[in-house]
Design a protein around this ligand. Sequence first.
Ligand code: PCA
Length: 184
Amino acid sequence: MNTILRLTHASSRSLHLFSKTVPSVGRMVQVFIYGTLKKGQPNYHHMINGVHGTSKFQGRGLTVEKYPLVIAGKYNIPYLLNNPGKGHRVTGEMYFVDDQMLQFLDEFEGCPNMYQRTPVRVEVVEWESKSSMTEGSSVINNILECYVYSTTTYQPEWMHLPYYDNYDSFGNHKLSYVLRESRE
Ligand code: PCA
C-alpha cells in the first residue's frame, strides 16, 4: 500500500515537472468548410485573419455521405442539416486550424445553438502539394475525418428547401447571404 502511494506521488510530481518544462505544442485540428467561410465567399476573410488564430488551407473535398445543404431564413444562411443520406455529397475546403481559430469559429458559428461542430468524413479531391496528407490527421484511402458545422436544431420545413451540392452566396438562386453587420 505504502509503495503504491509513493509511486503515485512520484509519478504525479514528475508529470507536473514535465508539463512545466516542456513547451506545449498547440493542438491543430482539421475543419471542413462548406459555406460562407470558403474562399471567395462573404466570410472568408475571417479564416485568414491572424487575430483569430492560425488556419492553413489544405485542399478541397466532398463529404462521403450525402447531406441536405440548404439556404434558410431571412438572412439566407447556408446550413448543412445533420440528416445524412438525404441531399447531395457536399463540396468544401479543408483547413488545419489551431485552438484559437477553432474557438473563434465556434463563437462565430453560434456553436452549439445554431450549429454544432461534429465529425464528418470527407473524400479528398484536391490537396495542397506543400502540406503532407497525413499531417496531424489520419488519411485512409483519401478519406479524411474533419470537423464540420452542421445542425440538428433546424426547423422541419427546411428539409423541403432546395438542396445544393456546392454553396455559392452569389449563385443563380439569388439568395445572397446577408452579412451580420447588415442585419436588422
Ligand atoms: N459557415 C460555415 C458553416 C456555414 C457557414 O456559412 C462554413 O462555411 O462551413
